[in-house]
Design a protein around this ligand. Structure first.
Ligand code: G3H
Length: 541
């Protein structure tokens, strides 16, 4: 049995934090990166607090302060935005006109510096969002792999464009070119990885950036600011901090942002896009809400379905956009499924992110309260918490709650919980499960569990037109990162795989000339004389 007192006891006394995982002290970031300079910050700051609480001698809990970051306002946002605009210089800037090979070289310099700071960054991921240590390490390593794969993909893309095409008497050369100034905002659950899944391709394609780190997961970028400054030309990447609801609308309203990339809420994205004075000029690359369902059919391998649904719904406390947030289970196997699910859940270890084998860790501020609210709402409308200790909480630790039977009308039925509350809905007719997906506001992925080729075939055909990935007998997930990651309805705009992201942050532009002797000579002279970074046939090895 787990009660509140036991959960409380899982938080460490200050002296119990293992030496190897401690931060050396509070980290107070007093610089911002603007216009190629680490600018001293003397304005107001925002405390950075860990979801990990500290137990005091009298048994109470206090939030652990990790340090602080600047909190700027509109003047600082304006300065950062103007720096990005100046660096782009209407497409004449050093960065947008640089050869792809040179941009790749800058990115490689940055990556080397980033790798050198692995320990520091991993530790900050762990402390800032309470992601388990192995998962924090995985996030870092996956990000480095992603950068390297993106560089390789860009090399291929550029090499395939390093030639002329002649069609109907017209000579053309087509390359992908930048969009302009990109405003980049990442999420707290994958603060490094998902932010860089947009920031890196946006940079590599020659755009200049204003980057606002997530509210939780801000400090971990501090060790990278100098690396950004040193690796890229002045103004190519600029940071802003502060109240998103104030500075972000300001930047959009200015009309100076050409592309908005945000991994976050669809409501926010919807609001922001409309603020741009010339909406047709704004490109949006968005990863938004999701409410991915698992559909467990009567003939499913229940052991396999339970295993996948446990990791699918509860990895990193369910704080993944791809998490399974609704389990639709055929009535004939619902008892068997829920019994086994609850048994497996009971084996998950709850504790601190550095605890060996830990699965459930503290949640960021306000989240445990929201989980409790969802549980209470479902209970008041007829669902039961079917796992022992489900919903027990102490400060930021929330023991996962499995709700059964969940039905339309309960908040959890449609709201994206993004946390450790697992709703289970029994169904009799598979059409009911299908209808749930069809009537959802979201359309990212779905998982189906069955061993029948007939049933899977029958379900896949309509489902691929509702979501962008149907997982067969496995949980939903983003990887491998070369697969297209996107969604329909309110779940995404644009596609974010290694190669798709390069396309999302660029547009094809071309030169065209009549196939005359004069044009041939002219183009030949440009190429041989190396007169243009666009018109050339150089191959990047
Ligand atoms: O939060 C959304 C992430 O993109 C999910 O990625 O499926 O690899 O955990 P993942």
């Amino acid at each position: 049995m787990t009660d509140t007192a036991q959960l409380t006891s899982l938080f460490p006394l200050e002296s119990e934090i293992p030496a190897e995982h401690r931060l050396a002290g509070e980290i107070d970031q007093r610089v911002t990166l603007v216009s190629g300079e680490l600018k001293k910050w003397e304005g107001p700051v925002q405390a950075v607090v860990s979801p990990v609480h500290i137990r005091t001698a009298d048994g109470s809990l206090k939030a652990l302060k990790l340090g602080s970051v600047p909190t700027g306002g509109i003047p600082e946002a304006e300065e950062a935005l103007d720096a990005a605009v100046a660096a782009y210089d209407s497409g004449r800037g050093v960065w947008p006109t640089m050869t792809v090979a040179e941009r790749i070289a800058c990115m490689q310099t940055f990556t080397k510096e980033m790798v050198a700071r692995r320990t520091e960054i991993v530790r900050l991921i762990m402390w800032e969002i309470a992601k388990s240590l192995p998962d924090s390490e995985k996030e870092f390593d996956r990000t480095v792999d992603y950068i390297r794969a993106t560089i390789d993909a860009l090399r291929d893309l550029d090499n395939s464009a390093s030639r002329f095409t002649i069609v109907e008497g017209t000579i053309g050369q087509i390359r992908r070119t930048p969009l302009g100034v990109v405003l980049c905002m990442g999420p707290y659950n994958y603060p490094l990885n998902e932010t860089f899944a947009t920031l890196i391709p946006a940079l590599l394609m020659g755009n200049t950036l204003v980057f606002k780190p997530p509210r939780f997961g801000s400090l971990l970028f501090y060790p990278l600011l100098e690396a950004f400054r040193a690796a890229f030309p002045k103004g190519v990447i600029n940071t802003v901090y502060g109240k998103g609801s104030e500075i972000v609308p300001y930047m959009l309203e200015s009309g100076k942002v050409n592309a908005l990339t945000l991994i976050g809420s669809s409501k926010v994205a919807d609001h922001l896009k409309k603020l741009h004075p010339k909406t047709n000029r704004l490109r949006a690359i968005l990863g938004l809400d999701a409410k991915n369902a698992a559909i467990v059919l009567a003939d499913a391998d229940i052991e396999l379905a339970v295993k996948e649904c446990i990791t699918g719904s509860l990895s990193f406390n369910g704080q993944r956009c791809t998490a399974l947030k609704m389990l639709l289970v055929h009535k004939s196997v619902a008892d068997q499924f829920t019994k086994r699910y609850v048994e497996e859940l009971a084996k998950l270890k709850i504790g601190m992110p550095w605890d060996k084998g830990v699965a459930i860790t503290p949640l960021p501020s306000g989240k445990a309260e929201y989980m409790a609210e969802l549980v209470e709402d479902a209970r008041s409308k007829g669902a039961k918490v079917i796992n022992p200790d489900g919903g027990v909480a102490s400060a930021s630790l929330f023991y996962p709650a499995v709700l059964y039977p969940v039905a339309e009308g309960m908040k959890i039925y449609r709201e994206e919980q993004f946390g450790p509350v697992v709703p289970v809905v029994p169904f009799e007719d598979v059409e009911t499960a299908l209808e749930y997906v069809i009537t959802s506001e979201h359309g990212q992925q779905v998982s189906i569990f069955s061993s029948s080729p007939d049933d899977i075939g029958h379900l896949v055909d309509p489902l691929v037109n509702q979501v962008c990935r149907v997982n067969i007998n496995c949980q939903c997930q983003r990887g491998p990162d070369v697969f297209p990651f996107t969604g329909r309805k309110d779940s995404a705009e644009g596609t974010l795989s290694v190669s798709d992201a390069l396309r999302s942050f660029s547009i094809r532009s071309m030169i065209a000339a009549k196939q005359t002797d004069a044009s041939k000579k002219l183009l030949d002279d440009i190429v041989r004389g190396n007169k243009s970074n666009f018109i050339n046939t150089n191959f990047i090895f």
